[in-house]
Design a protein around this ligand. Structure first.
Ligand code: SF4
Ligand code: SF4
Length: 372
């Protein structure tokens, strides 16, 4: 006698998906057009049709261990051809947001950062922390020197203690989350491996560096340029941070670094690339693509935060060069708040995609599911 599978719908999860932007998921009538047109979907157990029914049933556990929602690159070709206007591409995007929240350690940080309504709370945490540190150490004032030197306002040792400890904590949390995700994914899917972890991971990283997957998109094809710019801008800013730390400790070159220094060129180029990339992404999101799609407020929050990070960084430098101390130091303070948001909240924001997507694509390559 065949075994019966009993599924208890998680109504709360369905409600959460709908509220977060997947409001059309109930329109799906399982025709599978989306799975046929999706350029990323394998022939065996294709997506996103099966994810749409899992979402309708509120299968929280199954979706949070599903590698296929991370193979999707939000090109929305499926939404274009869906006869019911169920917008499967957008629904999958919301599912990824939910997976980040489900796997977040500690859970309350996932609740705060993945909920756009709590963005002000998330920003208030570093803002108040910086105020307290500067207040307690007697630095909560505009330094009197003629030259604007940010380390006289916010000493480097305080920045190091705050950022290194916060990044170490969230870095460990992120590793725990990713480990949990990998364990659930490999346990639930139970597929046998046809390729080793290292070769599969290497292929995945090469794909990221070239953004090869984006070339398969039809509706969202021009998103590749914006995404590439943002990706390499972050890489440039990471190299800049390491470079400036080296300057500080080894040849003991301290800020302000002259504009003629190659480290400054890289920093400024990266900031400009970030602004250009984000503006392209915003344009792409708002233009009429001839298909009904909707970006979730989670996606919008990320884009706005990144834009504010880059703009406040450029303003911090320009106002310093203009010599307006009363504006320069507060702007630096605000910029540090956005830097904290971007770096320390990495495991809970849209940037967390990087780790989840890397693992899911690597797993799919190891199990022979990936079609790239
Ligand atoms: S999401 Fe649309 S295209 Fe996909 S199965 Fe449902 S109705 Fe069909
Ligand atoms: S958005 Fe694109 S990649 Fe994602 S499921 Fe739809 S067609 Fe496939």
């Amino acid at each position: 006698m065949p075994e019966n599978t009993v599924i208890t719908p998680d109504i709360q999860f369905v409600r959460e998906l709908k509220e977060a932007g997947g409001d059309t998921l109930k329109k799906c009538y399982q025709c599978a057009t989306c799975s046929v047109v999706c350029p990323m979907s394998p022939d065996n157990k294709p997506f996103p049709r099966k994810e749409m029914i899992m979402a309708q049933w509120g299968m929280r556990e199954e979706l949070s261990a599903d590698p296929d929602i991370w193979l999707c690159h939000n090109c929305n070709d499926c939404s274009k051809y869906c006869p019911r206007g169920a917008r499967p591409g957008d629904v999958l995007s919301v599912m990824r947001q939910k997976v980040i929240k489900e796997n977040a350690v500690p859970g309350f940080m996932g609740n705060i950062v993945t909920d756009p309504k709590k963005t002000l709370v998330a920003l208030a945490i570093p803002f108040v922390l910086f105020l307290v540190v500067l207040g307690l150490t007697g630095h909560l004032k505009i330094p009197s020197g003629e030259k604007i030197v940010y380390s006289e306002f916010f000493p480097i040792r305080y920045i190091e203690v705050i950022f290194i400890s916060a990044v170490a904590l969230t870095g460990i949390s992120y590793l725990i989350s990713l480990n949990g995700f990998w364990t659930k994914m490999s346990k639930q899917n139970g597929l046998s491996y046809t390729k080793g972890f290292v070769p599969a991971l290497t292929e995945t990283i090469v794909e990221f560096l070239t953004h090869k997957r984006f070339e398969k998109c039809e509706v969202n094809a021009d998103r590749k340029t914006g995404h590439l710019l943002v990706f390499y801008a972050f890489l440039g800013l990471l190299i800049t941070t390491i470079w400036i730390t080296y300057y500080y400790y080894v040849p003991k070159i301290h800020s302000p670094i002259p504009l003629s220094d190659p480290m400054k060129w890289l920093a400024n180029l990266s900031a400009l690339a970030l602004i250009a990339g984000v503006l392209i992404l915003i344009y792409n999101r708002t233009k009429d693509k001839g298909v009904d799609t909707k970006n979730s407020s989670f996606d919008w929050t990320f884009v706005v935060m990144i834009l504010l990070l880059a703009v406040t960084g450029i303003l911090t430098e320009l106002i310093r060069l203009a010599g307006i101390a009363s504006l320069a130091y507060p702007m630096y303070f605000i910029h540090l708040t956005f830097v904290f948001y971007t770096i320390v909240y990495f495991p809970y924001s849209k940037l967390a995609h990087m780790g989840y997507r890397t693992l899911a694509i690597t797993y799919s390559k190891m199990t022979g599911r990936d079609v790239m």
